[in-house]
Design a protein around this ligand. Structure first.
Ligand code: GLV
Ligand code: MN
Ligand code: MN
Length: 412
């Protein structure tokens, strides 16, 4: 039986590993908090008798052997989510799915179940991209999508590259390629996650079965104008980088609204330099995050923004952009969705199929293994903020559903 007290303890303990105590969870990759959180996860995995290891990317795995040593059933089923967070985020985003994995390992032991497949319980890092700007890192490394060059190019706010940060953390960044797993080497990936939106709570539904996940494209844009004296430089002689950035930011918002059909566009991070009240902004750097169920829509919006950026060059600005993340919209596996549906019905819980507007490691895993996701309700739909909350009883229901699904996938 899934134990509510145990999952409460896991969530509460993990929430202590934050650099912003009292102001939400801030757990950046390869930080002290990452270290403490991964030690806790590994300790719990060890207690559950799992064989614990980290791959070349720093993703944590706990493996439980199955009864079959040869053939298709010797391929592992994976269950898990990520354990990094956004700045001042909540205690449940990602962590809920890691806790689900830990709890399922314990329940399998308590019920004396030996699966046919091995099961690998997984805790990914840098899913959010909060430190180095390009997320879904642990799963992309498994897909073979992260190169040494990318690690060297991705830098945090202090100018530390991911390559260096991993090395200081004790990982051999030059071996990132070894994290890759071949297509067909994972029997299934199942991720439990909080919904991060209001639908399940609003409709009084226990479980969300994710049909599809939106595509995400993320860019960093740099506009270079001229830093000048704010008192002496006439308005018509300025090259104010922030004014141009402001126009582009509004444009992102307008384009996403016009596209409709759930398309969203966000500028969530901006740096203004030199950053003084009495200096005309000379340089602005900002992110653009575009999401849509349709790749064409995602691309059309970016192309218009890109044209806007290019046009700045004719006005005497220097402007650059680079892509940070590009993941296509995905449909999740129909067979596993059906197993989730059956499990939910068996347990007597209500469910609905829904799309995910948030990105998840599942969207990358889906390209190398049959993949599915289970959502549990988020209080007031809040997420990526300290108020993020899911009742432990609701989380327990989701974990039970994933447990049932695992057994069905195993028997398939
Ligand atoms: C992750 O939470 C994302 O949707 O960017
Ligand atoms: Mn998130
Ligand atoms: Mn998440």
């Amino acid at each position: 039986m899934v134990n509510v007290e145990r999952i409460k303890k896991d969530i509460e303990t993990m929430a202590e590993f934050t650099s912003t105590p009292g102001e939400g969870v801030t757990r950046l990759s390869f930080s002290d908090d990452d270290r403490k959180a991964r030690e806790y996860i590994k300790e719990e995995m060890n207690k559950a008798g799992l064989k614990v290891y980290e791959d070349a990317a720093g993703t944590v795995f706990g493996r439980r052997e199955g009864s079959k040593k040869r053939g298709k059933k010797a391929i592992p089923i994976m269950i898990g989510s990520h354990f990094d967070s956004v700045p001042h985020g909540g205690a449940f985003d990602g962590t809920a799915g890691v806790v689900a994995a830990l709890e399922i390992a314990r329940v399998l032991n308590e019920e004396g179940i030996v699966t046919e497949h091995p099961v690998e319980f997984v805790a990914f890092i840098e899913e959010e991209g909060s430190r180095f700007g390009s997320g879904l890192y642990g799963s992309r490394a498994i897909k073979g999508d992260v190169s040494v060059e990318q690690l060297k190019a991705a830098v945090d706010d202090k100018g530390i590259s991911m390559y260096e940060a991993m090395k200081s953390f004790g990982l051999d960044s030059a071996k990132i390629g070894e994290a890759k797993r071949e297509q067909g080497s994972i029997a299934a990936f199942i991720e439990l996650h909080i919904e991060q939106g209001p639908i399940l709570e609003h409709e009084g539904i226990d479980i969300g079965i994710v049909d599809s996940i939106v595509g995400i494209s993320e860019y960093e844009v740099e506009i270079i104008g001229s830093p000048d004296h704010a008192g002496t430089t006439p308005m018509d002689l300025r090259h104010d980088a922030l004014v141009e950035a402001a126009d582009l930011i509004i444009y992102v918002n307008e384009l996403a609204k016009t596209a409709g059909e759930g398309t969203v566009g966000t500028v969530g991070k901006i740096r203004v330099e030199p950053g003084a009240a009495n200096v005309v902004p000379g340089r602005v750097t900002f992110t653009v995050d575009i999401r849509s169920g349709e790749q064409e829509t995602m691309d059309e919006i970016w192309n218009k923004i890109r044209e806007g950026i290019e046009a700045l060059k004719e006005k005497g600005f220097d402007a650059n952009y680079s892509n940070r993340l590009y993941v296509l919209p995905v449909k999740l596996d129909e067979d596993i969705k059906k197993f989730i549906e059956d499990g939910t019905q068996k347990l007597g819980y209500s469910y609905k199929r829904m799309a995910s507007g948030a990105g998840h490691d599942a969207m990358v895993m889906a390209s190398i293994a049959p993949t599915a996701m289970v959502f549990v309700p988020s209080k007031n739909g809040k997420s990526h903020c300290p108020e993020e909350w899911t009742d432990y009883e609701d989380l327990a229901k989701g974990i039970e559903v994933v447990f049932e699904t695992l057994l069905s996938v195993d028997k398939k």
